[in-house]
Design a binder for this molecule. Structure first.
Ligand code: FAD
Length: 504
């Protein structure tokens, strides 16, 4: 008989991953579980990570967090998608908008009707049918402007200050009983069975537990340095290995989307927050020097820089096993993929949810561990595929981008592209975070054109097709037009005090 009450859990690391885990464990683990978190202010956190995907709303809601209170506390803004500038060609632009695009008719997904329309000489854009894309282009936002009987088709995520989010969750977690230890872990002790027994801090304190969660960042203090999980290096597929991050002054109006602009050997992010804009350049050191990267980044800011660019180095990939012995890694300790589709914080969230799903009683079952690791691999690989698609289907002329077009891609990506090119079918992957509508937008946005479309899309008479598409476009535009501006929505619902002063 297992006794889930006897567990004591130690989280090492107090960045976004550590405090998300602490807040979730305090909410969902059985009463009586002792939860400790060790962090070191001297070491600090990576401090970037500001754009998210809509799933974060579920995480916050599961903790009982009020969305407006969260946005006020984190200087947050709303995000309807990611605008990709310069990927299909130096001047091209498209958006990966959240939510749905049009509505399917019968058994046929919407985009096949649109493909038929194009192939019959039509000229509308895929994004004419996306309310999120329309609202993003107009700088508008509302939570649910649709009528209940006719859903708006929008979905939203957030931009926020990751440091403030960790602090916000810390307040939640500590109020729920999590015990924080300030100090630097300098030793990890293992028992005879190989499990971690305790960690020793630089002042000699020993923090013991029977389950450990490694949230120590890139170095993977427990999972790698103590347990030697191994690392799968994916840089052959995703070769960017450096980033420079710099905040700049906010420029108005606040855009309700993240921007990812392709540059000569990488790409630049722009993330609008209430109190500042987050920027960074992700690049390949093989093709771009650090000095040139800094020059490009600073030249691409739309406000005055508020600090010097901060360098970060990484190797894209993932721990070979994310759960080893009595330790699970979350966040950067588990691995890293560049923030092109804002997936890292989501991977923390899904890692926590999976760990709770496989939560061990008083005995860790190796079949559970193997299945946990298998599912983690599948989720990461599906995201990796999606990122590879962005690089592969580029239309730029610089050597870095030519090399990405010529490089080998995973078979899974090649198959999906071939399937789409034939008849517009998007394919599916059971573990894929990104749905067909995400793949569709990136494939269309970056110039992959299908030769055909679903044969059943021809069943609709031409006049009905025209009417159906026109209604769909009018609905999307109407939803967007009913929304207030993004700034007006923030001012009315969730302005941080400093933002209220600015708009007053
Ligand atoms: P960290 O923030 O590094 O925290 C590690 C913690 O461990 C710290 O508290 C540290 O003090 C502690 N620690 C380490 N060693 C010890 C020790 N010996 N003793 C005690 N404590 C210790 N994610 C997104 O979702 N969206 C984005 O837009 C995004 N952009 C990113 C851009 C870049 C360039 C990078 C590098 C990452 C980005 N991420 C993004 C990822 C995001 O930043 C991380 O997933 C997130 O911040 C989680 O970090 P972490 O908590 O795992 O690690």
């Amino acid at each position: 008989m297992t006794d889930p009450h006897r567990r004591s859990v130690v989280i090492v690391g107090g960045g976004t991953a550590g405090w998300m885990a602490a807040a979730a464990f305090a909410r969902f683990l059985p009463r009586g579980t002792h939860i400790a978190l060790v962090e070191s202010e001297a070491i600090g956190t990576v401090g970037v990570g500001e754009a998210t995907i809509p799933q974060l709303r579920l995480f916050n809601a599961s903790l009982g967090i009020d969305e407006d209170a969260f946005l006020r506390a984190t200087q947050g803004t709303f995000k309807l998608g990611i605008q990709f500038d310069g990927w299909s060609s130096a001047g091209g632009s498209y958006i990966h908008a959240f939510g749905t695009i049009g509505r399917g008719w019968g058994l046929v997904p919407f985009h096949h009707y649109w493909l038929r329309h194009l192939q019959e000489g039509g000229t509308s854009s895929l994004w004419d049918y996306s309310a999120s894309a329309q609202a993003a282009a107009k700088g508008r936002f509302a939570r649910d402007p649709g009528r209940p009987e006719l859903p708006s088709g929008t979905a939203w995520a957030f931009h926020f200050d990751a440091g403030l989010y960790a602090a916000f969750l810390r307040r939640h977690a500590e109020a729920a009983g999590v015990v924080r230890h300030e100090g630097q872990v300098c030793m990890v002790e293992r028992g005879d069975d190989g499990d971690i027994a305790s960690v020793t801090l630089d002042d000699g304190r020993i923090v013991a537990g029977d389950f450990f969660v490694d949230c120590s960042g890139f170095r993977g203090l427990l999972i790698e340095e103590a347990l030697h999980a191994g690392y799968d290096d994916w840089s052959a597929y995703l070769p960017c290995d450096r980033a420079l991050a710099v905040p700049c002054e906010t420029t108005r109006p606040l855009t309700p989307f993240t921007r990812a602009t392709a540059r000569e050997a990488g790409w630049q992010w722009r993330i609008p927050l209430q109190h500042r804009t987050g920027n960074g350049l992700v690049y390949s050191s093989e093709f771009l020097s650090d000095d040139r990267a800094a020059e490009l980044l600073l030249a691409g800011l739309d406000g005055k820089p508020l600090a010097d660019p901060r360098p970060l180095r990484f190797v894209t990939g993932k721990r070979r096993r994310v759960w080893v012995s009595n330790c699970v890694a979350l966040g950067l300790a588990a691995g890293f993929m560049e923030p092109l589709e804002s997936t890292s914080i989501h991977l923390i969230q899904s890692g926590i949810a999976r760990l709770l799903d496989y939560w061990p009683g008083d005995r860790i079952d190796e079949t559970d561990v193997a299945d946990f690791n298998r599912r983690t691999d599948a989720e990461w690989l599906a995201i990796r595929d999606f990122l590879v698609l962005h690089y592969y289907a580029n239309g730029r002329a610089e050597p870095f981008w030519q090399a990405r077009r010529a490089a080998a891609i995973p078979e899974t990506v090649a198959e999906r592209i071939a399937l789409f090119r034939a008849n517009g079918r998007i394919g599916s992957h059971p573990d894929s975070l990104f749905t067909g509508v995400g793949w569709l937008q990136v494939m269309i946005g970056q110039g992959i054109a299908p030769a055909g479309y679903h044969a059943l899309a021809d069943v609709l008479p031409a006049a009905e097709l025209a009417n159906f598409l026109s209604l769909s476009a009018r609905h999307a535009a109407h939803v967007a037009d009913k929304m207030p501006t993004h700034e007006a929505f923030i001012a009315a619902h969730c302005a941080a005090p400093s933002f209220s002063e600015k708009v007053a």
